[in-house]
Design a protein around this ligand. Structure first.
Ligand SMILES: Cc1ncc(COP(=O)(O)O)c(C=O)c1O
Length: 385
């Protein structure tokens, strides 16, 4: 069976992970060396010259990432935002323009508006479900990239990747999909028409809240060359230990996402019948406005749930500070359940902008603990209201 006909979990476990030929060690060794001996000037062994340009542990992760996203090339970075920065600098230049979802992750918007804006790259946030607004924003500008996050952080909106890819391509723009929330276990944007997938591997791919990283995956050799050059020339690469931890996490992504999805569905259903709750945002609920679209383009609904409280900001704050199994912390996608108050935590940087998050909203990253314990924890926290 050739590699690309193998199932998702087989690729996650084996791609880039061949045993070490000298000893037979089943887990490939971790290479810390920053430089490589040359047999003569420029006469390299297996192409390795210097650690910024190439490292076998990073290469193993990159091969694994490309395989699970059905791409041909992947690039691993020191954080999700480092990946995004390198991606935009590789594919856009001053004078270009980005159309992004108006509910993109706050840090992405901060990078695009406050850092790359000063470098001469314009941006327009739009509602990605409003295709007329998307087309108008592209037509009015020199748009190079359309940037979609689906499900979005933290509003859990779903964007139709195939439809937006067609709109972007008609205008000569590229479609980038931030696949952090779904992970490649549940959604593969390159198969749906996207040109580039970007990840915060800090989240579900790493999966254990013990490593920060980012990745870019493509299937076009021209894009691959441009991104590979920036990875090497700018150097925001993942270190060997980070690459190793990310590889180890990615091997179990499929089984973890199944339990995250089951637990999140149970938590969302429990929240939906509580009188203290004004709205639950989870694409697995039939009440979610894009539930049918999520069913079509995802193979599961993931572990992220957002909830808005009828009692406003005060109620959200009380629950956020009252849980015991859910830990109050930023980030998401680890095996342990986390509780986040986005308007003051992960999304504080977009306060006062059109990307601002409602103050009565909590974002739950539902972990893989026993569901009875998670519900009991929410019950005791709700009792404080
Ligand atoms: C959807 C999404 N994209 C990108 C990022 C940025 O990733 P990192 O924190 O690894 O730089 C985050 C971080 O929270 C995120 O949630």
């Amino acid at each position: 069976m050739s590699e690309n006909t193998q199932g998702f979990n087989t690729r996650a476990v084996h791609a880039g992970q061949a045993f070490e030929p000298r000893t037979g060690a089943v887990v490939p060794p971790l290479h810390f060396s920053s430089t490589y001996a040359q047999d003569g000037i420029g006469n390299l062994r297996a192409g390795y010259e210097y650690g910024r340009g190439g490292n076998p542990t990073r290469d193993a992760l990159q091969e694994q990432l490309a395989a699970v996203e059905n791409g041909t090339h992947a690039y691993s970075f020191s954080s999700g935002l480092a990946a995004e920065d390198s991606l935009i600098r590789a594919l856009a230049e001053p004078g270009d323009h980005i159309v992004l979802g108006n509910d993109a992750y706050g840090g992405t918007y901060r990078l695009i508006s406050k850092v790359l804006g000063g470098w001469g790259i314009g941006n327009t946030p739009v509602d990605m479900s409003d295709h007329a607004a998307l087309k108008a924003a592209i037509a009015a500008n020199k748009t190079r990239l359309v940037w979609v996050e689906t499900p979005s952080n933290p509003m859990m909106r779903i964007t139709d990747i195939a439809a937006v890819a067609a709109i972007a391509h008609e205008a000569g723009a590229l479609l980038v999909v931030d696949n952090t929330f779904a992970s490649p276990a549940l959604q593969r944007p390159l198969d749906l028409g996207a040109d580039v997938v970007v990840h915060s591997t800090t989240k579900y791919i790493g999966g254990h809240s013990d490593v920060v990283g980012g990745a870019i995956v493509v299937k076009d050799p021209v894009l691959a060359e441009a991104i590979g050059f920036i990875q090497f020339a700018v150097g925001a690469v993942s270190g060997p230990m980070d690459a190793f931890l990310t590889t180890r996490g990615l091997k179990t992504l499929g089984v973890r996402m199944r339990t995250h999805s089951e637990n999140a569905m149970a938590v969302a259903s429990w929240l939906a019948q509580r009188p203290e709750v004004e709205a639950v945002h989870y694409p697995g609920l039939e009440s979610h406005p894009e539930h049918e679209l999520a069913k079509k383009q995802m193979s599961g609904f993931g572990g992220m749930v957002s909830v808005q409280f009828a009692g406003g900001e005060d109620a959200a704050r009380i629950v956020a500070e009252a849980t015991r199994v859910f830990t109050l912390a930023e980030s998401l996608g680890g095996i342990e359940s986390l509780m986040n108050y986005p308007s003051e935590m992960t999304h504080a940087s977009v306060k006062g902008t059109e990307l601002a998050v409602p103050v009565n909203l909590l974002r739950l990253s539902v972990g893989i603990e026993d569901i009875a314990d998670l519900i009991a924890d929410l019950e005791q926290a709700f009792a404080k209201l």
